[in-house]
Write a protein that binds this ligand. Structure first.
Ligand code: ADP
Length: 490
């Protein structure tokens, strides 16, 4: 049994059946079962009716004959006198294909239409009950025959004429119903043939209907196949059924997402090439101009070499940022989350950035509301906080301030980095998280920005299952708020 199941599973795995098969089977079962039940019920009830009718028929005929026998004193007459009743008896037995025995009050068979038991004693249950005044009939369902016992009363002469007296004999009739069923069986065979024809016609009709019903799904598969070949711009619109409409909608949505991912990938690649090319172009221009100069002074050489060195630094920073970004995007197996004291970490980052802030006389303030320990990846989280504070300094005014606030509740800790800087135009606040996006390209370049800092920060925050929000007023300042769960659940 196990082997068969295994084989079936292997076959099923290799040859996935079409949905048409169960649909056709279900419809056929649904149509054929009532038909078969109906024909079975009809046939058995008609069989019972026929048997009942035959028994009544035979009973009536025999009753008439029994009366005749009674009136003609059959049981007491001689054989010669009974000749006409005997022939009637034989004819009746022939008509319903049966056997009739006439038994007298001594249980002796006086007449047998088969001439086999005459003179013999017959003490059957039916005969005894009939002598006791009960006329009986019994049907043998297994052997398909019925037995009737009809009383032959004594004919008594009274003042008003003749009346029936006590039972003087019994007419015992046995008749087979086999011939009736032969006819029925041939009818059944014909019915089976009709049923087979109905089955074939129904199968063809149901298969055609199912085929028509399934067509929209087949069209849908064909359209998706077309898209899978690379025609991403094709719209899938199979609106015949609600289901196909819903599937089409979901596929179109997925396609839109795919398209936007593809578009952003292309944009990213072209941005990366552009960003990487810019310093190289500058280096080339600087080098070419140096080579084109005959006997340039040493100071000019030094100045140009310094510029070339700055461009190389910039190129290397872009590459570092890109590598950081790629690391964040990779499925994070390399993350090492561990409980870290956040207050100390933020203080260390601010300490590192203080010299840069001091250059422009920017005050770096740290407000810690409580001691916070959380599960974080220390290296990546430091990078994110560093980017936020560095930006707050970079995009600040002379003599400005940067305020970093750390707070927590029972689930999250909150890090706020607010500055008194140039701010971001309202409509651009969400775009600053895009890769290579810079509000003011020239200024960002001046300050050594790559346009990747906030993209890296957002990736890090998402890696920690956190969220980042920005609020800004142009000319007044910007506040970035980060929310991170205290406990990291992978
Ligand atoms: P960049 O390397 O240019 O700083 P980021 O991704 O860190 O790139 O930031 C993207 C852009 O968002 C910046 O170019 C700048 O225009 C803007 N920005 C980021 N932080 C601030 C801030 N604190 N104040 C004003 N503008 C900011």
């Amino acid at each position: 049994m196990k082997k068969i199941t295994e084989r079936f599973r292997q076959f099923y795995g290799k040859h996935t059946p079409s949905v048409k098969l169960p649909m056709v089977a279900a419809a056929l079962i649904f149509c054929m079962i009532p038909l078969l039940i109906q024909s079975r019920v009809l046939s058995s009830s008609s069989r019972q009716q026929q048997i009942d009718r035959r028994i009544i028929d035979v009973q009536n005929q025999c009753q008439i004959l029994s009366n005749k026998m009674s009136r003609g004193s059959y049981l007491t007459n001689s054989v010669v006198d009974n000749a006409s009743l005997d022939s009637e008896l034989s004819t009746l037995a022939d008509i319903f294909n049966g056997r009739i025995l006439i038994v007298n009050s001594g249980f002796r068979v006086v007449r047998d239409t088969f001439s086999l038991s005459e003179g013999k004693i017959c003490i059957s249950e039916e005969v005894i009950r009939c002598f006791q005044g009960e006329s009986t009939n019994r049907y043998d369902t297994k052997r398909h025959y019925f037995i009737l016992a009809i009383p032959i009363p004594e004919y008594v002469q009274s003042t008003g004429g003749f009346t029936a007296g006590k039972t003087a004999g019994v007419m015992l009739v046995t008749a087979s119903t086999e011939s009736m069923f032969e006819l029925e069986e041939s009818l059944n065979d014909r019915a089976a043939l009709y049923q087979l024809m109905i089955f074939v016609v129904l199968s063809i009709v149901i298969f055609s209907v199912v085929h028509l019903l399934i067509r929209p799904f087949e069209r849908l598969v064909a359209s998706v196949g077309h898209v899978a070949e690379g025609n991403l711009d094709e719209d899938i619109a199979e609106d015949t059924y609600r289901e196909t409409k819903e599937i089409s909608g979901v596929i179109n949505k997925t396609l839109d997402k795919l398209k936007s991912v593809e578009q952003s990938r292309q944009e990213f690649v072209s941005n990366v090439s552009h960003e990487l090319k810019t310093p190289i172009t500058s280096i080339r221009v600087l080098a070419d101009s140096l080579m084109g100069m005959e006997e340039a002074p040493k100071e000019l050489y030094q100045e140009f070499m310094q510029d070339i060195s700055d461009e190389i630094d910039r190129e290397s920073k872009i590459i570092d940022d890109l590598l950081n970004l790629v690391k964040m995007d990779k499925v994070s197996q390399e993350n090492s989350f561990a409980p870290v004291q956040i207050n100390g970490l933020v203080e260390m980052i601010l300490k590192r950035l203080r010299p840069i802030a001091r250059k422009r006389n920017i005050e770096l303030i740290f407000e810690s509301m409580r001691e916070v320990t959380a599960d974080i990846d220390e290296v990546k989280f430091s990078l994110a906080v560093n980017n936020l504070v560095e930006n707050a300094v970079k995009y600040n005014r002379e003599d400005g301030w940067v305020r970093v606030t750390l707070d927590a509740d029972h689930k999250f800790f909150y890090l706020k980095v607010a500055d008194s800087g140039i701010g971001i135009p309202k409509e651009l606040t969400e775009r600053v998280f895009e890769r290579f996006y810079r509000v003011d390209k020239a200024r960002s370049r001046e300050t050594g920005g790559t346009g990747l800092g906030l993209a890296i920060t957002k990736s890090v925050i998402l890696l920690h299952h956190g969220a980042i929000r920005v609020e800004s007023t142009e000319g007044e300042g910007t506040t970035f708020t980060v929310r991170i769960p205290l406990i990291y659940i992978p």
